[in-house]
Design a protein around this ligand. Structure first.
Ligand code: Y43
Ligand code: MG
Length: 198
């Protein structure tokens, strides 16, 4: 039985979260750092699933191993679901501070009760033979007017979880993994993982 999964992301924040969760499950994970040749995959899909699949396929070619790719983003109701699949390149390309500033500017003047949003993750796990396992996860919260907290990455300082009374950036990584879109997508995938992996 093959034992290694390559986490095919260039995002250090995602990689940290995946490593924590998979280590607890006793699964050996590698990252793109273990493979010297890996140019970035263009995310030309129209959905999270299409983009995750493009990354899984692209990096499977590079590594020849089983690959897990994540496509995720923040969907803000008042912005009609934006930034959505464009979350990483909303303002600057992979510039978290610029992306957060753009969201805050666009949300200016929108009252608390209309600041609802959700984070979404779609995971595509692809075996070398092309078989796929897909997982999805969502978490609902609100967009603050002022960033709070120093943990996490991306839009975490703006994403407030009412039931915790904290933003994602104020949670420990364990706490975040228990409730986050990514944590839930991993759980969703894991429900069917054993059957897929054997
Ligand atoms: O838990 C999260 N907490 C805060 N922000 C998050 C989270 N999860 C996704 N995000 C944001 C970051 C990025 O702006 C976009 C994902 O874009 P996405 O293309 O999936 O990832 P990426 O380009 O950073 O790395 P890669 O494509 O190599 O996996 O959504
Ligand atoms: Mg990306």
């Amino acid at each position: 039985m093959e034992k290694t999964i390559v986490i095919a992301t260039k995002n250090e924040g995602k990689l940290r979260e995946f490593k924590e969760v998979f280590a607890k499950k006793g699964i050996d994970v590698k990252s793109l750092k273990d493979f010297p040749e890996h140019s970035e995959i263009a995310e030309t899909g129209l959905t999270f699933e299409e983009n995750a699949r493009l990354k899984a396929e692209g990096y499977a070619e590079v590594t020849g191993l089983s690959v897990l790719a994540d496509d995720s983003g923040l969907q803000i109701d008042a912005l009609h679901g934006r930034p959505g699949i464009f979350s990483a390149r909303y303002a600057g390309n992979h510039d978290d501070a610029a992306n957060n500033a753009k969201v805050l500017m666009e949300m200016g003047g929108i009252p608390d009760e209309k600041r609802t949003a959700n984070f979404h993750t779609t995971l595509v796990l692809r075996k070398p033979d092309g078989q796929e396992l897909i997982g999805n996860g969502d978490v609902h919260g609100r967009i603050l007017g002022v960033p709070r907290g120093n943990n996490g990455f991306g839009y975490d300082p703006l994403f407030y979880l009412p039931e915790k009374g904290k933003t994602f950036a104020e949670l420990t990584s364990d706490e975040k993994n228990q409730v986050s879109h990514r944590g839930r997508a991993i759980e969703d995938l894991m429900e069917r993982f054993d059957e897929f992996w054997k």
